[in-house]
Design a binder for this molecule. Structure first.
Ligand SMILES: Cc1cc2nc3c(=O)[nH]c(=O)nc-3n(C[C@H](O)[C@H](O)[C@H](O)COP(=O)(O)OP(=O)(O)OC[C@H]3O[C@@H](n4cnc5c(N)ncnc54)[C@H](O)[C@@H]3O)c2cc1C
Length: 481
């Protein structure tokens, strides 16, 4: 093994997946993470409640879909049987006026899942299908990694859905919750990205729209074990080190982490969130001079709207029939609700002790400038309109946050999206906003691009790359020429 060193900036899923693959091949790798713990948007913090108890609070509930093959392969390093994940039954979508629909109990593989959905869903009848514009619907079934973007990246997801002429109920129940889950407003999301995600989550995988979630907080279930795994393989993890700038130097890279501290390595992986990547590149004129394409692409790529997460500790439980996780359609703010006290160990213990409930409410694309506690109250009021018992349950504690870290997927962005490989020699990018030819999104996009960044380095030094698994790359009706 040549004596090369690698710096990975960012200790979220993307950075840690890159570090795992490198450390396993004996490459000396150091992870620089700005916060005090690993995890990024999947991290956990400790919150002290008014009753004095300390509760682990995750950044937000995450669904670990079964087709996240690359993320799961990394998690198997710390838990070969993946016991840390437990199935979350069902995927119901709630609406104020219509009965809930469950997307979690469909056949796994296409086209049977689609047929079952169309036959079973009360939102769509045979006569509606006749009224729909079949030509407009075709792209949903014909995902193609180049053609879909060539044809649809200039159109918004909202325009594509308008063109389908779906009945209002079908659009609300079948599509709107799905498209909101990508942290962008429908009117600002590329139609090509919606089609790619429809393929990745629904039509292109053999696992179905099914997911699992950890039963312990993410720090205990994932980050502490992964940090131990990395350290045992010689990797260094330095938290509380925010990269202020990066520059090429002496055939390698120098990363400055505030107060003049420097870190040097032959190779560099930037695995930070989209707004952090933009400000790091802005603060690094020598990087921009060495890699004009990278600088232009990063400057053009945007950040999605703010998202809000509210964790409520309530004095009393919701009805026993309420599902652990539900998507919510057509509420002004609320997009999902998770019953943490029926999912995660610490919340379950708190609820068992107090007779209360722990609810987490998410809004994936919020208006600008509204404080977290106000968004939390809006979401709670909207939930009370769906589940009346919520209005009767006094609030014992609230942990509310509003943040802005998700990538934008605007129409027209695709051709210029930063990819894993860059025009900077010895520097690669990873993260959920980074483009890759492997069908993926969110957590799995972060894992795939992290592994791909590591593979570029491994090829340079003549070491075996890590296999990257992909679901089917083309839609059912895509012509492959
Ligand atoms: C509320 C919520 C719910 C979600 N639900 C789901 C879900 O159900 N399923 C799913 O698949 N995905 C979900 N996601 C998306 C998922 O969290 C992200 O796609 C994924 O975590 C992105 O990982 P990443 O490594 O690319 O970025 P991040 O997790 O953002 O990691 C980047 C890291 O870089 C660090 N950093 C930034 N700047 C610097 C710097 N200058 N120096 C050093 N370090 C720096 C950050 O502190 C951070 O730790 C959800 C996200 C949110 C917010």
């Amino acid at each position: 093994m040549p004596d090369v060193t690698v710096l990975v900036v960012g200790g979220g899923v993307a950075g840690v997946c890159a570090a795992v693959v490198l450390a396993e091949r004996g490459v000396p790798v150091t992870v620089l993470e700005g916060r005090s713990t690993l995890g990024g948007r999947l991290n956990t913090r400790a919150v002290t409640l008014t009753d004095g108890s300390i509760q682990p609070v995750d950044h937000g509930f995450h669904a670990f879909f079964r087709q996240y093959h690359n993320l799961r392969a990394v998690l198997r390093r710390i838990d070969p049987a993946l016991d840390l994940l437990r199935p979350v039954p069902g995927y119901p979508v709630l609406h104020r006026d219509w009965p809930a629909e469950d997307f979690g109990r469909l056949p796994a593989a296409a086209p049977w899942n689609l047929l079952a959905l169309l036959l079973r869903s009360p939102s769509i009848r045979l006569r509606d299908l006749r009224r729909m514009d079949g030509r407009a619907a075709l792209p949903l079934l014909a995902y193609h990694p180049e053609r879909t973007y060539a044809e649809l990246d200039g159109v918004t997801a909202a325009e594509l859905l308008d063109a389908l002429r779906l009945p209002d109920r079908a659009r609300a129940m079948l599509f709107e919750v799905f498209s909101h889950s990508f942290f962008n407003h429908e009117a600002e999301l590329s139609a090509a990205e919606l089609v790619a995600n429809f393929h990745f989550y629904f039509l292109g995988n053999a696992e179905g729209l099914a997911f699992d979630a950890p039963t312990a907080d993410y720090e205990s279930a994932i980050w502490r074990p992964l940090a131990g795994y990395l350290r045992r393989r010689g990797a260094e993890i330095r938290c509380g080190r925010t990269a202020a700038s990066v520059a090429p130097e002496g055939g390698g890279w120098r990363v400055e982490t505030g107060s003049g501290a420097d870190h040097r390595a032959r190779y560099l992986v930037l695995a930070v969130d989209p707004p952090a990547l933009a400000s790091l590149v802005r603060a690094s004129p020598r990087l921009a001079a060495a890699a004009p394409v990278l600088a232009r692409r990063v400057a053009r790529s945007g950040t999605g709207p703010p998202y809000a997460v509210a964790r409520y500790w309530l004095a009393g439980d919701v009805a026993a029939r309420r599902p652990v996780f539900s998507g919510v359609s057509r509420q002004p703010t609320l997009d999902s609700v998770t019953l943490y006290h029926r999912l995660e160990t610490a919340a379950r213990c708190w609820a068992g002790r107090t007779g209360g409930a722990v609810l987490e409410l998410h809004a994936y694309a919020c208006p600008e400038g509204v404080p977290g506690p106000e968004l939390a109250e809006r979401m709670r009021a909207e939930l009370a309109g769906l589940w009346p018992e919520v209005a009767e349950l006094p609030v014992r504690d609230l942990h509310a946050r509003v943040e802005r870290q998700a990538p934008a997927f605007r129409p027209g962005d695709h051709a210029d999206r930063p990819g894993v490989a860059t025009d900077a020699d010895g520097l690669w990018l990873a993260g959920d906003g980074i483009g890759t030819e492997v069908p993926s999104a969110l957590l799995e996009r972060a894992a795939v691009t992290g592994i791909q960044a590591a593979n570029h380095i491994l090829r340079r030094i003549g070491a075996a790359p890590e296999p990257v698994r992909a679901i089917r790359r083309y839609g059912l009706l895509a012509r492959r020429r």
